[in-house]
Design a protein around this ligand. Structure first.
Ligand code: C5P
Length: 221
């Protein structure tokens, strides 16, 4: 039997990861944060001295990267990497390595392997368009650049880190442009994806919207 998949794609700092993880937990499904794989490739490259433009070396690393997901965290080569992959410069590196076709191909099967019963909720940029084109429900989750910058700013301040709101806003806009302009798997709303604009929604409201769409789709079958 086909294992159900819900894909939630959208721009950076839109809250799609939080919404996707909550939906997965409410349904008892597995959860894949595909961005973490791109971030892990960038972090690994940074640590071992592979340039973020060295496509063949990055693709080889992406194929064999020793990663493990457990208890909401991630290990790289057996070492805790949950916080390290969230650093701003690693996000920029992830966007650089994610623009390389050979890296995307290398990560394809690793992502598909997460499709295990009873179901999967996944978030990223091309989950519905490329990795799981037959997904049961596809969502494009977004929010205004101002709202996303403010959310990211608050997250950093809450963690006790210094943050500069205009700089964060500019980084978000630059990253969106790079993700949308690349020739492979660009960031965009596909025709078969439902738009969920969370600018004025709470996380709970966004989660409920996804769950009700999924319930409606499931009752159609
Ligand atoms: O979602 P997150 O911000 O963690 O992703 C980091 C970067 O990884 C994105 O800016 C994007 O360039 C890349 N990415 C991607 N395809 C995905 C997930 C993330 O290209 N499915």
């Amino acid at each position: 039997m086909k294992v159900p998949v819900i894909t939630i794609d959208g721009p950076s700092a839109s809250g799609k990861g939080t919404v996707a993880a909550c939906v997965a937990s409410r349904l008892g499904f597995h959860y894949l944060d595909s961005g973490s794989l791109y971030r892990l490739v960038a972090l690994y490259a940074d640590r071992v001295g592979i340039d973020w433009d060295d496509e063949p070396a990055l693709a080889r690393a992406a194929l064999t990267l020793p990663v493990a997901f457990c208890d909401g965290g991630v290990l790289l080569d057996g070492n805790e990497a949950t916080e390290a992959i969230r650093a701003e410069h690693i996000g920029i590196g992830a966007s650089r390595v994610g623009a390389l076709p050979a890296v995307r191909t290398a990560l394809m099967q690793r992502q598909r392997d997460f499709r295990v019963a009873p179901g999967l909720v996944t978030d990223g940029r091309d989950m519905g368009s490329v990795v799981f084109p037959d997904a049961d429900l596809k969502i494009f989750l977004t929010a205004s650049a101002d709202e996303r910058a403010t959310r990211r700013y608050k997250q950093l301040i809450d963690k006790g880190e210094s943050a500069n709101l205009p700089q964060i806003r500019q980084d978000i806009i630059d990253r969106d442009q790079r993700d949308a302009a690349r020739p492979v798997a660009p960031l965009r709303q596909e025709p078969d994806a439902l738009l969920l604009d969370t600018t004025a929604l709470t996380i709970d409201q966004a989660v409920e919207a996804v769950l009700s769409w999924f319930a409606a789709k499931s009752s159609d079958c």
